[in-house]
Design a protein around this ligand. Structure first.
Ligand code: AMP
Length: 290
């Protein structure tokens, strides 16, 4: 059965209040739509945790840079409704941009430091947009728990920090990355890949696994791990490496030597499509194990 789709803040608030009046806890899965099995897994996790599950579908303009793909980001509401229904969502909240950002909106949420590296370095303002929309969604839906994917490792880490720093009464649940059988992390942007690039894309995850194997074999020099990772990614025909880093899993700061929980994180352009992926390479506490 398809869950109802509402577009106004008043409607989603009413539905949440009605669920709470019945003693149900509320779970939220924030998304930008173009849903795939990775999003469905988040909805199923929310279904297990909460009595009333809301999926938000909103392509958030404030997290896209002026030269990024906001206009061409896929919008597939009908198919998304089916994914949500099959995964057990109770309600879809799909607001218009004007509902989320009325004229004269002046307030933004900025989690300093954690947003400076990795995606933040090449996408200035991106996490400011993400945090702002996520906090707005938390205030609109008032969930008890919210579910995020560790595919967007930096994003999940920043949201955990925002909730901690601002005493937001929401439990943040970070779920494992869902992958294609060949290792490629599912992403709404995978549909943009040419057949040739799609065939090459699993090499991104393979390079991360090589990095982990090197760390397991005893390499502790982060710069050496990074340069080998960069080289392996650069060897993918047509690939342009945006970043290939080994960072502290908690602070996301560059590391000199392994010895603390660490994650290898990459962003790679194949054609015009920017793909991100990551893998914990040393014992890591802020995400579920993959
Ligand atoms: P998006 O709509 O792609 O911005 O993502 C919405 C949520 O789905 C975020 O919390 C993402 O981390 C999560 N997500 C996206 N792809 C995957 C995946 N392959 N596995 C698990 N979660 C994912």
């Amino acid at each position: 059965m398809l869950p109802p789709t509402v577009t106004t803040i008043a409607e989603v608030r009413r539905a949440g209040a009605a669920a709470r009046a019945l003693g149900k806890s509320v779970g939220l899965v924030p998304t930008m739509g173009a849903l795939h099995e990775g999003h469905a897994a988040l909805v199923r996790a929310a279904r297990r945790r909460s009595g009333f599950v809301v999926v938000s579908i909103f392509v958030n303009p404030t997290q896209f840079g002026p030269k990024e793909d906001f206009a061409k980001y896929p919008r597939t509401l009908e198919a998304d409704q089916k994914v949500c229904g099959d995964a057990g969502a109770d309600l879809i909240f799909a607001p218009a941009v004007e509902a989320m950002y009325p004229e004269n909106s002046f307030t933004f949420v900025d989690v300093s430091t954690l947003g400076d590296h990795l995606c933040g370095a090449t996408r200035p303002g991106h996490f400011r947009g993400v945090c702002t929309v996520v906090l707005k969604l938390f205030n609109i839906v008032r969930p008890d728990a919210a579910h995020f994917g560790s595919k967007d490792y930096q994003q999940a880490r920043i949201i955990v920090q925002m909730v901690r720093d601002l005493n937001v009464p929401v439990e943040v649940c970070v779920e494992p990355t869902v992958r294609e059988p060949d290792g490629l992390a599912l992403s709404s942007r995978n549909r943009y890949l040419s057949a040739e690039d799609r065939a090459l894309a699993p090499r991104i995850q393979a390079a991360l696994r090589t990095t982990r194997a090197r760390a397991v074999a005893g390499e502790v020099d982060a710069a050496r791990l990074e340069s080998a990772l960069h080289a392996e990614l650069s060897a993918i025909p047509g690939a342009r490496v945006d970043y290939a880093r080994v960072v502290d899993a908690e602070t996301l700061q560059p590391l000199t030597r392994l010895g603390r929980p660490a994650v290898a994180a990459v962003a790679v352009f194949l054609g015009t499509t920017r793909l991100i992926d990551n893998l914990p390479i040393a014992e890591c506490g802020v995400r579920n194990a993959e």
